[in-house]
Write a protein that binds this ligand. Structure first.
Ligand SMILES: Nc1nc2c(c(=O)[nH]1)N[C@H]1C(S)=C(S)[C@@H](COP(=O)(O)OP(=O)(O)OC[C@H]3O[C@@H](n4cnc5c(=O)[nH]c(N)nc54)[C@H](O)[C@@H]3O)O[C@H]1N2
Ligand SMILES: Nc1nc2c(c(=O)[nH]1)N[C@H]1C(S)=C(S)[C@@H](COP(=O)(O)OP(=O)(O)OC[C@H]3O[C@@H](n4cnc5c(=O)[nH]c(N)nc54)[C@H](O)[C@@H]3O)O[C@H]1N2
Ligand SMILES: [Mo]
Length: 758
């Protein structure tokens, strides 16, 4: 370490995650984005009973009714939206789209909040202000001239239940199930895998379960950055001496030690609490092997001494155990060790800890889902829990860390390309419609349709579609070939600028802002990671008088497109209670929605596995078989092949870059780095600070990225990591988990070379 050369912007972060560093960073974020006066008031209203739901993440709040939970990245998300910066028609008049495309993603969003509805003017290559109604009329005309299956309706998971419900109703009445959404790039393996295993595609634990568990396995997520309020929960569990076993190729500071800014003793003494009791640096893409290793060891212990498996539970509540056990038997330790990068003895220790625990929770995130075997990974986690009956008892269950703050709710109210017949039937009856049955496109399929020219129009309810998806070399030009693109957003981003023949950009209200409609101020609802539905009401004056709410914009497009619509769009927008009444009628679990949402804290949607009810075809929980470990071992062991992980920095929200630091990983003022294991660097003849080039080793289009600086980091040997979205140029569009369609953003086989000298 000591004789390593100095690399600009790279220095080890000594402190724990959280603590004073987080308080300082919060103050800084507030100073940069807004008047200091407004900020504390806004932040105090985050996740309060009469306030708005934090747009940062989907972790629930124990105290959704009392104290404000400090969260650095929640504060960044709020201040980023509540900024006083504005991007006005004057700015657009002075800057051509071509020139704006030269700016970085950070600079684009940093211009501030959009203030006016805008239309692209090809003659001047600029956006100019347009009247709302004129814009709706033109969009309606274009959509009327297209076949519904030529139109893609994208949703990013920030939209409220009310907006998302109207959106799916509009697109389906128009005639398509093309609903690409951010979930397709995120937790789709959860939505596809868990229903097969336990009958529902959602997590089964509540916050109270974390108080009752006696073991936590944390696999492939980085809560210090992405779910900071979860750190309070992990901190408490650690202080109760609950072992927390971590599987992550990268050493993530927050999973090592954390100082809780709410804990005044810890803060005053500069103390911190260990989070991981054991930290396994599994190979990128090696979790399936690791999970199978743990389960193989469990079965061996059961054979030796008995009393390890919950035999009664397995007999009464599951099917498929025999085939599952036979497959574990046939999987060799040699392959498991090679594919996981972990030692048999270590995995046996995990099995022992698991066998001892009365109630276990497994938490997981993108490190599990964003692989070409994401669905298999999710199912293996469910298998592990099933072996000891860790469903439907206090302190136990599965805990997927959801992404966007309402991505789960969007799904619940109908944003899906594969709607169930029961849902469509209910919709048909309620609205007197005959909605389309044919399944639509997910995110990758939508982009493929755009690349092939089958799709002609793209409507985006939020997000940064083209930048979030793989392979911008294909995605960006495809945007330009569309007849129409329409974006509903709060801030300018690159996808907006990849203009089609005609492009509209609509500014909407954010979560923090007051939404007044005909009948007065409105609230919306969201669903968190633990299936709690609660109300959210912004209080700030809107960023501009021209903003409209997402439901109002969706209704405006719908009315212009479907003049003979059977849906009373205007009436629904006048009072969101009316939208909720429709959700109540058409989506199971929302009975008496308006009444229950008015109770503090909201209500929980039904989760049958918590009552040991399994809505699978067999009526039981189902074990899975994943036969790919041998193949994984071969691929992961390939010579000079490294596995690229694309990750988020601490100063980033998906494609939104707040600032250029990644404090806990010791990266400051830059993002152009490649995290590498020292042994891999030595093997390639590289030194800390060398410029490198990467090449993707998947057959198909050649994909390369130059200009990264390799830095030595605590990452599993054989794995390398770079930041998303920059590294998306290396991700093939068709290198996906076949079951869920999710891109393999976290295990791209690559070769790394020293860059030719400049
Ligand atoms: N501040 C902030 N909050 C966010 C977001 C944000 O960008 N910024 N994004 C939101 C969204 S949409 C989402 S989906 C979530 C994302 O939250 P996370 O699931 O935490 O997502 P990532 O940061 O992409 O990466 C997760 C972790 O997986 C590890 N990992 C990578 N590959 C593997 C592997 O093969 N195996 C294992 N075991 N681990 C692996 C990485 O080292 C990293 O620590 O956060 C949400 N919250
Ligand atoms: N390589 C790689 N790629 C990835 C990932 C990865 O880990 N690696 N992660 C994937 C994941 S998990 C996800 S979820 C996707 C994210 O994909 P998206 O959800 O499409 O992207 P975001 O960056 O969250 O979208 C940011 C934009 O949303 C708009 N916005 C913000 N707030 C609001 C609002 O309240 N309403 C509306 N209408 N618009 C708003 C703003 O205009 C902002 O520019 O990216 C995926 N892409
Ligand atoms: Mo996500």
């Amino acid at each position: 370490m000591s004789n390593r050369r100095e690399v600009p912007g790279i220095r080890e972060y000594e402190g724990p995650a959280g603590g004073w560093g987080a308080l300082r960073a919060t103050a800084q974020a507030i100073r940069l984005q807004m008047e200091t006066i407004k900020a504390p008031i806004t932040l105090m209203r985050t996740n309060q009973p009469d306030g708005f739901d934090c747009p940062g993440c989907a972790w629930p709040d124990k105290e959704h009714r009392s104290t404000f939970q400090f969260c650095e990245n929640g504060a960044k998300a709020v201040t980023w939206e509540a900024t006083t910066k504005r991007v006005t028609p004057e700015f657009f008049a002075a800057n051509t789209v071509t020139s704006l495309l030269q700016r970085s993603d950070f600079e684009l969003e940093d211009q501030g909040r959009l203030t006016h509805p805008l239309v692209y003017d090809r003659a001047t290559d600029t956006f100019r202000a347009v009247e709302w109604d004129a814009a709706f009329r033109r969009i309606g005309e274009i959509l009327q001239g297209l076949a519904p299956e030529q139109v893609e309706f994208y949703t990013s998971g920030r939209a409220s239940n009310e907006a998302a419900y109207l959106y799916q109703l509009f697109a389906r009445e128009y005639g398509t199930n093309n609903f690409p959404d951010c979930s397709n790039m995120c937790h789709e393996p959860t939505s596809v895998g868990l229903p097969q295993s336990i009958g529902i595609g959602k997590g089964t634990v509540s916050l109270e379960d974390f108080d009752a568990c006696d073991l936590i396995l944390s696999i492939g997520h980085n809560p210090g950055t992405n779910h900071p309020r979860m750190m309070g929960t992990l901190h408490e569990a650690s202080r109760r001496n609950v072992p927390i076993i971590v599987f992550n190729p990268l050493r993530e500071r927050a999973l090592e030690r954390f100082a809780d800014p709410q804990n005044w003793v810890e803060m005053a003494t500069y103390g911190s609490t260990r989070i991981a009791s054991t930290y396994f640096q599994v190979n990128a893409g090696g979790d399936a092997a690791a999970l199978k290793g743990i389960m193989k060891a469990l079965l061996a212990m059961e054979a030796d001494q008995g009393g390890v498996l919950d035999r009664d539970f397995i007999a009464a509540h599951t099917t498929g155990f025999e085939a599952f056990a036979a497959d574990l038997d046939a999987t060799t330790w040699e392959d498991i060790e090679k594919a996981s990068g972990l030692k048999r003895a270590d995995l046996e220790q995990v099995a022992i800890a698991y066998a001892k625990a009365k109630a276990t929770i497994v938490t997981y995130g993108m490190g599990i889902t964003q692989h070409n075997k994401g669905t298999a990974n999710v199912r293996l986690i469910a298998d592990l829990l099933l072996l000891r009956g860790n469903f439907g008892k206090p302190g136990a269950g599965i805990c997927p860390l959801r992404g966007h703050s309402n991505v789960q709710g969007n799904r619940t109210v109908g944003i899906t390309e594969k709607p169930s017949e029961a849902f469509l039937k209910q919709m048909d009856e309620t609205f007197g419609l005959q909605l389309p049955r044919q399944h639509g496109h997910d995110a990758v399929q939508a982009m493929q349709a755009m690349v092939d020219g089958r799709a002609k129009a793209l409507i985006c309810l939020g997000g940064n579609f083209a930048v979030a998806l793989p392979d911008p070399g294909q995605a960006f030009p495809a945007m330009g070939r569309l007849d129409l693109s329409v974006h509903i957003g709060t801030k300018l981003n690159r996808t907006h600028l990849l203009v089609a023949k005609e492009t509209f950009l609509f500014p909407c209200l954010g979560r923090t802002e007051l939404d007044v409609q005909e009948t007065g101020p409105q609230s919306v609802t969201v669903e968190d990671s633990m299936s709690m539905v609660h109300a959210s009401a912004g209080k700030l004056a809107p960023a501009s008088e021209h903003l409209r709410s997402e439901p109002a914009i969706v209704a405006g497009i719908a009315r212009a497109t479907l003049p003979a619509s059977k849906v009373p769009w205007q009436e629904l927008v006048a009072d969101y209670d009316r939208i909720r009444d429709l959700i109540d009628k058409t989506v199971p679990g929302f009975e008496a929605f308006n009444e229950r949402i008015r109770q503090p804290g909201g209500f929980r949607l039904p989760l049958p596995p918590t009552e040991r009810q399994w809505h699978t075809p067999s009526g039981k929980a189902e074990f899975s078989v994943y036969g790919g470990v041998h193949e994984d071992a071969e691929v992961l062991g390939g010579e000079n092949v490294l596995r690229l992980i694309t990750i988020r920095s601490h100063d980033q929200y998906n494609t939104t870059i707040y600032a250029m630091d990644d404090r806990y990983r010791g990266v400051f003022g830059r993002r152009d780095v490649l995290f590498m294991n020292e042994a891999d660097m030595a093997a390639q003849g590289l030194e800390h600070g060398d410029l490198v080039e990467l090449e993707t080793l998947v057959p198909g289009r050649p994909l390369r990225l130059a200009g990264l600086t390799a830095i030595a980091y605590g990452i599993a040997q054989g794995s390398v990591a770079a930041y998303y979205p920059e590294a998306n140029v290396l991700v093939p569009l068709d290198y996906i988990d076949k079951e869920s369609g999710t891109p393999s953003y976290k295990s791209i086989p690559v070769r790394v070379r020293r860059a030719a000298a400049a």
